[in-house]
Design a protein around this ligand. Structure first.
Ligand SMILES: C[N+](C)(C)CCCC[C@H](N)C(=O)O
Ligand SMILES: O=C(O)CCC(=O)C(=O)O
Length: 464
């Protein structure tokens, strides 16, 4: 039902965007159109990171068919097959020795003093063994390092053999996702074996959001649910929030006004990673429906249809502030802010959307020759964000919470009347990603991960 390619796939796309995507055959096409568009965007604007690099895959090493090894004085080359060799600098290999003398097996910290390695260090021997590449180093007392084959393949840099941090599959969505939104039950999320928690965070990782049904309609239960992921991030709004339209805090969220699609915390250097909402009650009035928009989906359409607009949004920093509380005046550092579309400097992939037009400060860093171009770009961005194809309107209610990836999915609400009580919490992006990484170790570690529940995290874990 859902298809994916290496990094992003548009699903639940509507006719307009689907025709674009179908034109180039979804599987390959999306990756192609994203790569092509990022290549064109990068060509337009050198400040953009390079488009995603292509990587080769190599055969798994079998004990009866060990790689070839050669040395040239500065590097050790490993021949995976006749066509594919990886070259590792001697100093790089010595620096990455993970024997108990060089690397703390519990804390996973380097013990070796990198700066005592002679710049021209050269192995006395490098040979293939069933367990990996064994390198003997010259020293007053012999030092032997062993590098597992899978670790060398994972960390090959000349050439790159696979994405170091394989970008997990992002399943992009339009308003069509209302037919079958990612959902888990409260029981699953709270189950102590963490399988449901892993399912929950996997949905968030793939979709950028997930509903939780069957949540007891209380702030206490909602807070406990939030804490299943990690500690709640406290801000000027408090820790766990339980709010209504009383301007208890100096922000329009604490009014009855409509809020357009936005991401929170654009005024922080480090916007929160996740945001959980649970509508506890709404009486004596109407409206207050919730809005969700997949910022990655909209950005992929912007890139395809308006690469110049994408490019200027990817490179123009946007200042922001939270100044409604007398005791607080938040601005990001540097105060010039960050672009609407943030990219991984290594892979060139889109990794963050930062957009809140209400919280935006004075645009006093614009290139005078690009002022109208920037406004044209945000106008197109806004048009795409607010199209019927993009907007997923969902009336929340007691018992159903929703969590969103605040780096990808924009949220908002329609104006309302009456008494409306919303509660929720922020979770930091690193707390979210750490919990997901630990759950992946527990439930999805592959044969090469070298970690195990019994032995614990290996010093060769691909995450280190
Ligand atoms: C979530 N909570 C109601 C506590 C605060 C909302 C803050 C909204 C702020 N304008 C922003 O976009 O970050
Ligand atoms: O009240 C709502 O439904 C959402 C409020 C909001 O957008 C926010 O708190 O960031």
């Amino acid at each position: 039902m859902w298809r994916s390619c290496t990094s992003m796939v548009a699903i639940f796309a509507s006719p307009m965007s689907r025709s674009i995507l179908r034109a180039s055959n979804l599987h390959r096409g999306l990756a192609t159109h994203l790569a092509r568009a990022s290549a064109s965007a990068a060509a337009l604007n050198p400040q953009l990171p390079p488009p995603p690099t292509t990587v080769r895959s190599v055969p798994e090493v079998l004990s009866d068919d060990l790689p070839m090894i050669s040395m040239d004085g500065r590097k050790v080359a490993v021949g995976w097959d006749t066509r594919t060799w990886s070259r590792f600098h001697n100093i790089w290999l010595r620096d990455h020795c993970r024997c108990p003398e060089c690397y703390h097996s519990i804390t996973k910290q380097r013990l070796l003093n990198t700066f005592e390695i002679p710049p021209d260090i050269t192995p006395t021997q490098a040979e293939p063994t069933a367990d990996g590449l064994q390198v003997s180093w010259p020293s007053s007392k012999p030092h032997i390092s062993l590098y597992p084959w899978s670790w060398l393949q994972q960390n090959s840099y000349d050439p790159p053999l696979r994405h170091r941090e394989t970008q997990s599959e992002k399943i992009m969505w339009s308003s069509k996702i209302q037919a079958s939104p990612p959902t888990i039950t409260y029981e699953e999320a709270m189950a102590e074996d963490d399988r449901g928690l892993y399912k929950w965070l996997s949905h968030v990782d793939h979709f950028g959001m997930c509903f939780i049904s069957g949540v007891p309609p209380t702030p206490e239960a909602t807070e406990e649910l939030s804490k299943r992921i990690g500690f709640i991030r406290e801000t000027q709004y408090g820790k766990f929030w339980d709010f209504t339209s009383d301007l208890a805090k100096g922000d329009t969220a604490y009014t009855t006004l409509a809020l357009g699609a936005h991401t929170d915390n654009t005024y922080y250097t480090d916007p929160c990673g996740l945001q959980l909402f649970h509508l506890l009650s709404h009486t004596e009035g109407s409206g207050g429906s919730s809005l969700l928009v997949d910022g990655f989906y909209v950005a992929s359409i912007l890139k395809e249809l308006h690469p110049d607009a994408y490019s200027i949004l990817a490179r123009t920093p946007v200042p922001a502030h939270a100044a409604g509380e007398p005791s607080a005046l938040y601005r990001p550092y540097p105060t010039s802010g960050y672009p609407v579309l943030g990219h991984d400097p290594v892979t060139g992939e889109l990794i963050q959307v930062r957009w809140n037009n209400d919280d935006r400060s004075v645009m006093n860093n614009l290139d005078p020759y690009q002022v109208e171009e920037w406004y044209n770009a945000i106008r197109i961005w806004h048009q795409l964000l607010t199209s019927a194809d993009s907007e997923y309107w969902v009336p929340l209610g007691p018992g159903t919470a929703v969590i969103v990836d605040n780096h990808r999915v924009l949220h908002g609400r329609s104006a309302f009347t009456g008494k409306r009580r919303m509660c929720g919490a922020y979770i930091g992006v690193d707390e979210y990603r750490s919990k997901l990484a630990v759950l992946r170790e527990k439930f999805a570690s592959g044969p090469n991960d070298a970690s195990s529940p019994e032995a614990g995290r290996s010093v060769w874990s691909p995450a280190l």
